[in-house]
Design a protein around this ligand. Structure first.
Ligand code: NOJ
Length: 515
């Protein structure tokens, strides 16, 4: 059977506000993405996932949706979207959109009707309850963001409380109501009919909560969400909607750190195609920790499960800031060479660090501005302060490293992280063992993570040095003594034959070799 498109190459995450601004208002837009499609072709991606661009008051920068089937004017129009998908497909790039099923904006017409009276036909589309005691919320659930505190807000008009897992401006939909589920299925059909190739499902574990709304147990914040078996039935029905269309893919943001539980979303073959593995994002920079996370997935996975590796997105500090700049290059190698689909957040292919945000420019409610800073396309010394991202004033400050790390400068430097990313994508494309081969981690010596990929008569060895010092490779004697280096993250490492017995990895080096 042919390998499905979403297993072959990377999926690149675009945060539209910060990718490319075509009209000079300082905010990225859909036309801006169209203008950069050839950049994405050169990057060799299989598909892109766009964070929300739907009509929204932007309390959570688009994760508070006012109309699931309209484009927010700041990003353009539905015609711009149609153009984007047409131009992307013409270049062989698939497109995933962000589906936010757990909550809407408080300005969504459903919620406006719902809050208007206890008798509203839409009342039961959201989660309304009486308070507990004289003035308390219905239970002890907390918002996932620190600032709101309780996950409930009392609405003066009707005297009841509504549930919001995030901001009060993001009321949770009531998925116990079949009309809500049906309406959300319609949203999926709307975008599938427009040609999208799949969806990233925002905090999808939250669409099935304890129907009795019992208090959370201290120290176990997730006990009230991903209610079993309701969650699995609901996921199966979502899957059935997209399976009416060919080749569509569902990638869940299953924000649960308990891997066996996450695997129940992907192991049966009729729920999600992939689930982002958040265990990976929370790992310390340690070869043993990474090896364990990789092995755990393989041990728990059925034939149906396929890993979705990522170490950065618009909610987490960038890899270069968390682990260091040479380490960020090695992370890219890991993403491309591990069995699974690499998810690359915009700017990671450039090795960008988080931007410094002065206190008077802080704009996000949850401290996520640094990783959302706009992409620098050109050196500010020539393109001006907008660094080719915008001709206007960027909505967030651009990294102070833009002069050195912008796309244009990196494209003409063979040793740059951008060129490394392009070479990794090309190897993934040409080496069947990287796309679909089997995988086995190896004992390799202190601070070294090594793994074998075997497929189509080829054996590839990948090694990542987690130490900031040299480390000698120590492999089992049954492996061959020599190998051909295909790629290293260290620009000084020559390609060609090496003796594996004598191979010393340079500090933080990642290396890919053919056995
Ligand atoms: C996860 C998204 O990635 C994040 O940006 C957002 O704030 C929450 N879900 C709420 O939608």
């Amino acid at each position: 059977m042919a390998i499905p498109w979403w297993r072959r190459g990377a999926i690149y995450q675009i945060y539209p506000r910060s990718f490319s601004d075509s009209n000079g208002d300082g905010v990225g837009d859909l036309r801006g993405i169209v203008e950069r499609l050839d950049y994405l072709v050169d990057l060799g991606i299989a598909g892109m996932w766009l964070s929300p661009f739907f009509r929204s008051p932007m309390a959570d920068f688009g994760y508070d949706i006012e109309d699931y089937c309209a484009v927010d004017p700041i990003f353009g129009t539905l015609d711009d979207f149609d153009l984007l998908i047409q131009e992307a497909h013409a270049r062989g790039i698939r497109l995933l959109v962000d589906f936010v099923p757990n909550h809407t904006s408080d300005r969504h017409e459903w919620f406006v009707a719902s809050r208007s009276s206890r008798q509203s036909p839409k009342r039961d589309w959201y989660v309304w309850r009486d308070g507990r005691g004289s003035s308390g919320p219905p239970n002890n659930w907390r918002s996932s963001f620190a600032t709101p505190g309780p996950a409930w807000t009392r609405d003066a008009a009707t005297g009841q409380w509504y549930l919001h897992s995030f901001l009060p401006e993001q009321p949770d939909l009531n998925w116990e109501n079949p009309a809500v589920e049906a309406a959300m299925h319609e949203v999926l059909r709307f975008w599938c009919d427009r040609g999208v190739d799949g969806f990233r499902l925002d905090v999808v574990q939250k669409i099935a909560k304890d129907p009795l709304l019992r208090d959370a147990q201290p120290g176990k914040p997730a006990t009230w969400e991903d209610w079993q078996p309701t969650i699995h039935e609901r996921l199966r029905r979502l899957r059935a909607v997209v399976d009416d269309y060919p080749d569509r893919v569902l990638v869940g943001e299953v924000y649960i750190l308990d891997l066996p539980r996450v695997m129940t979303y992907v192991n049966t073959g009729d729920q999600l195609h992939m689930a982002h593995n958040f265990v990976f994002v929370h790992l310390p920079w340690s070869a043993t920790a990474f090896r364990k996370a990789i092995d755990d997935f393989e041990e728990l996975a059925t034939e149906s499960a396929w890993p979705a590796w990522f170490l950065a997105n618009h909610d987490h500090s960038r890899v270069a800031t968390r682990f260091g700049e040479p380490q960020a290059r090695t992370v890219l190698l890991m993403l491309y060479a591990l069995r699974g689909t690499p998810f690359v957040y915009q700017g990671e292919e450039l090795g960008l660090p988080d931007a410094e945000i002065p206190s008077d420019r802080v704009i996000d409610v949850d401290g996520r501005d640094p990783e959302r800073s706009p992409v620098p396309w050109r050196p500010p010394s020539r393109a001006g302060a907008g660094a080719g991202f915008t001709s206007g004033e960027p909505w967030l400050p651009i990294t102070s490293r833009a002069e050195e790390l912008n796309v244009e400068s990196q494209a003409s430097d063979a040793g740059s992280t951008l060129c490394l990313s392009r070479r990794l994508a090309a190897l993934r494309e040409s080496e069947a063992a990287l796309q679909g081969g089997s995988q086995r981690t190896l004992d390799a010596g202190d601070d070294l993570l090594a793994w074998l990929r075997v497929g189509d008569g080829q054996r590839l060895l990948a090694v990542a040095n987690f130490s900031a010092a040299d480390r000698q490779l120590r492999l089992a004697p049954d492996l061959p003594g020599a190998a051909e280096v295909l790629l290293s993250t260290d620009p000084h490492r020559p390609a060609g034959q090496v003796s594996l017995q004598e191979l010393v990895l340079t500090p933080s080096e990642g290396l890919l070799a053919r056995l």
